[in-house]
Design a binder for this molecule. Structure first.
Ligand code: SF4
Ligand code: SF4
Length: 236
């Protein structure tokens, strides 16, 4: 189990960093060799643009680019990060579901993606039409931390339970939060967390050694995505 959780952490890291970067650099190089522009776009897991108060549970913490300033009034601030959800829909890959994951007809929520913005004359897939997420609420019911509501995910709540605060965490210890009057509430997924209280708990969510890459191990089993996959695609 420990190895599986460690692999999950490495899996996210290698898919989102190494494989995506190698792919982007190779394909962008091919496009530029043909005389076209190619602007690579990969996820930046630990950064949030100015005003985005959410977080990314997959990393140890996130930082808002509060000091990004436009060079001139009326111009965009230099912290443009592609909206991957809208881009996925425009490219026909999928759509953002209630859980916050991008859903695909074939792979459900189990996708990793990156984008290239180019002026190369490519054959295009049609944009996605219709809805993949049917609001079944399977993801809502499956989350041990009650981190998904009818309006979507609460990323701070998710970040605490993704990192293992629920009693279903296979690495839970007897002395976790010993003496804390809120221990039972937290272990049952009943306490509500915001940015401040989530960050206060992070140092205690040390069930596995940290890596130097800044990714957290997923200790909730990503039950939201598993339930969604079963609903949309079938048994794993
Ligand atoms: S199951 Fe895990 S990843 Fe999904 S919303 Fe809940 S805590 Fe987050
Ligand atoms: S489990 Fe159901 S409600 Fe949740 S994202 Fe998937 S399709 Fe949408």
């Amino acid at each position: 189990m420990r190895l599986a959780a460690f692999r999950k952490r490495l899996g996210v890291k290698y898919l989102s960093e190494e494989m995506a970067e190698i792919f982007l650099l190779k394909i962008c190089g091919m496009i530029e060799d043909e005389g076209y522009d190619a602007c690579l776009q990969k996820s930046i897991p630990n950064l949030r643009i100015q005003g985005d108060k959410t977080t990314n549970p997959e990393v140890m913490d996130t930082y808002e680019l509060v000091h990004a300033v436009a060079v001139e009034e009326g111009k965009p601030v230099p912290d443009v990060i592609l909206d991957f959800g809208k881009a996925a829909r425009a490219c026909g890959i999928g759509e953002t579901g209630l859980s916050g994951s991008i859903l695909n007809r074939k792979y459900g929520p189990f996708l990793r993606y990156c984008f290239i913005i180019t002026d190369a004359p490519l054959d295009c897939d049609p944009a996605l039409t219709g809805n993949l997420c049917d609001g079944c609420m399977a993801c809502v019911c499956a989350c041990p931390g009650h981190a998904i509501g009818e309006n979507g995910p609460d990323t701070w709540q998710c970040s605490v339970y993704y990192k293992g605060a629920h009693r279903s965490n296979p690495f839970m210890t007897e002395d976790f939060l010993e003496g804390d009057p809120e221990r039972e509430q937290i272990l049952n997924g009943e306490k509500r967390f915001d940015a401040e209280s989530a960050r206060a708990l992070y140092p205690k969510l040390n069930f596995l050694p940290n890596t130097q890459w800044g990714y957290s191990a997923c200790l909730c089993g990503r039950k939201c995505d598993v339930a969604c996959y079963r609903h949309l695609v079938g048994e794993l």
